[in-house]
Design a protein around this ligand. Sequence first.
Ligand code: HXC
Ligand code: NAP
Length: 274
Amino acid sequence: MESQQFGGKRALITGGGTGLGLQIGLALRRAGASVAIASRSEEHLESGRQALESGEGPGTVATSVCDVRDHHAVRRTVKEVEAAIGPIDLLVNNAAGNFVRPAERLPEKAFSTVVDIVLNGTFNMSRAVGRSMIEGKREGVMLNVVATYAWTGGPGTVHSSCAKAGVLAMTRTLAVEWARHGIRVVAVAPGPFDSSGAADRLWPSRELEQKVRESIPLGRFATREEVADAAAWLLSDAAGYVTGECLTLDGGGWLGRGILGADEPIPTIRRRRR
Ligand code: HXC
Ligand code: NAP
């Protein structure tokens, strides 16, 4: 990524104080953008701000306390951020909530909590930033973070799988609806990568982590840098003709294994002579 690829651009990243959101912030700022991060915890925002400010880049850093489930708070955040860094050009819907629980033991409230954060939160933010872009006649890009179980299904995480499937549908819908305003809407679907949010809730033991790793054809997790660099490319003008598309970075994790599986070398089966 060229160092000034995002020179003068302003990005808002939800959940940008930790994990992947922070990594995307570092990548955008290194490439010249001003970056605002928004989430619930002041502690996450403060540590995120410090990390961004000690990273490379000339752009301004701003923070805003916001629960993306609360559409009033979301509108306030968009106003606050635009007052601090200027009109938003790039939105990254990265905030999420997740944990593993069999569906029959998942309380209804838990299902709606995760759907509220992931699906409604993405809509609340997209709507508020979309209105600002459309009213201000500014082109822009929105990037949504989904997961491959949006289309494969994800036993143990029915709440998150359903919510991410909705976000994927939203990506494709708004890509077409807002194309006339010069707004691109894209997504990334990373496979597993290390973040304390995911590790604590999805693979809390070494054994489980190893099992997840072994399920990936390339044999390792993604790095946060790999996912952030791909996200930055999608947000950049280099991807100016890409919209409604979801880029999967999962080491082949979601692909089928064929009838012979992928664990053993594929045997050479002799041709039968008739
Ligand atoms: C079972 C749980 C639970 C858990 C909450 N609940 N945590 N059930 N196991 N660990 C249920 C309870 O029924 C609870 O209601 C209800 O959910 C609401 O929980 P709250 O704690 O009140 O919600 P809240 O404070 O809003 O927190 C939201 C959260 C939390 C989603 C529950 O985990 C969170 O803040 N997560 C943010 C970070 C995160 O999850 N990062 C991971 C992203 S990784 P009661 O009334 O019983 O308390 C990711 C990976 C995708 O998405 C793909 C990987 C391949
Ligand atoms: P993370 O560090 O736990 O990030 C989640 C972020 O969301 C946190 O910064 C959190 O900040 C914020 N958040 C949660 N609820 C919120 C709410 N209601 N309002 C505003 N912000 C909220 O986890 P991560 O692994 O980096 O996840 C980032 C994204 O990648 C998510 O969309 C996740 O689904 C996706 N993903 C992760 C993996 C993986 O293996 N890690 C794989 C595929 C996709 P606060 O606590 O401060 O609110």
